[in-house]
Design a protein. Structure first.
Length: 179
């Protein structure tokens, strides 16, 4: 894969032309990635990268290329897509995986991380607000445990009866007056 094919592949993957004369952040970052790939993976000199850029309409000298290559790692910290695209190019420059799928999977992972964080927060709130039942049970004196068991059992049965019963109020009597 030659230098132009690499630029076209980056444009195909991201929609960004690295030779476009603009200072928009996304273009600067992709241009930096392009220069980084040419320098680190293809062992191009700063001057030869500068010549490639100039031949394709982007004014730059070797110091601009030095800056772009140097800044790449900083850009990569803030834009994980750069790392993904960089990883796609092997030493020969052939893509290893489908970038759009990888980026989609990363976005799903980020969403899941947010959901996990929310669930951890809710769990902490729940744990802080709930009085653990086992602590109450452990505090029952040994001689009263049988009685406590029977009462809890009756309470649970009462809950199920309460929801199963279809009681009707007859001629003004409510459940309290009926007893």
């Amino acid at each position: 894969m030659n230098e132009i094919e690499i630029a076209k592949k980056i444009e195909e993957l991201t929609g960004i032309n690295v030779f476009k004369n603009t200072r928009k952040r996304e273009y600067v970052e992709m241009r930096s990635l392009y220069c980084y790939i040419l320098r680190k993976k293809y062992r191009k000199t700063f001057e030869s990268i500068s010549d490639i850029m100039q031949k394709n309409g982007k004014k730059s000298d070797h110091s601009t290329i030095v800056h772009a290559v140097t800044m790449y790692k900083q850009y990569e910290k803030n834009n994980k897509d750069l790392q993904i695209i960089n990883d796609l190019f092997s030493v020969k420059g052939m893509p290893k995986i489908d970038v759009s799928n990888a980026i989609h999977q990363i976005s799903i992972i980020e969403e899941l991380k947010g959901e996990v964080k929310t669930l951890k927060y809710k769990l902490k709130q729940y744990k802080d607000n709930v009085k653990p039942l086992h602590k109450l049970i452990d505090s029952i004196p040994t001689e009263r445990q049988e009685e406590a068991y029977k009462r809890i059992d009756l309470m649970i049965k009462g809950w199920s009866w309460k929801y199963e019963d279809k009681c009707e109020v007859i001629s003004g009597y409510n459940s309290v007056e009926a007893y």
